[in-house]
Design a protein around this ligand. Sequence first.
Ligand code: HEC
Length: 224
Amino acid sequence: MVTIAFAFFSCTHPLPTIPDGNPGPSDTLIVDEACDPNIVYFTNDVLPIFSSSCAMPECRSSTTREHDIDLSSYDALFTGGEEDLIVSGKPQKSEVYEVILDGEMPPSGYPDLTSTQMQKIYDWIDQGALNNECSSCDTSAFKFAADINTIIEKNCVSCHNGPSGNKGVDLSSYTSIKVYSDNGLLKNSILAENGVAQMPTTGRMPDCEVNKLLKWIEAGSPND
Ligand code: HEC
């Protein structure tokens, strides 16, 4: 019992609990801040397989679909005529897995799914066939050119493009960004600390982006 309790509480990313009955199109999208290698995500892992291997004209796509089956989106999977297309938690009872397993799909002339792809579909259904996705944002990557500048361009430069930017703050180049990293205002503004207004003004960026910036600042904001 002690071991079980320990294992449970030490697990930071418990696998999703399988909901009762089938999920449906109204199931809200679950977004994980980081991709858990033990979870198969619909948007990241499953949809690309369906899109690349099961949407050719002979097969099933939203425009030319047979038997009312449409694999082009999560909602579509559950609104077609086929009731057992995907049975949450039961891959063996899901028609979509059955036709792949017995080689019926993809149609002849197209390459079979790889065992990795089949396993992904199996695991996704087994884990509850959730409408889920994860962000591949990786806080351990915080190089100026590849990561930091991209975040700032996306979130800040529209209002801080050059010396005439809001409050005279220029975030359009390494040299000008470095000034705000060194004087502490970059950190204060993204965290809304020490009386500095929240930046971007629309609200705090996702934790992953904030953490990348903080790590880069901490590292002395190198031009790497
Ligand atoms: C929609 C426009 C907008 C965006 C986007 C925006 N800012 Fe600002 N920024 C402002 C305005 C307006 C001010 C002046 C706020 C004030 O003084 O209350 C400001 C002020 C600042 C200041 C100076 C704070 C001070 O007290 O001197 C910094 C630093 C700053 N922004 C950084 C950023 C960073 C970093 C981002 C992106 C993560 C960002 N801003 C995104 C509009 C924006």
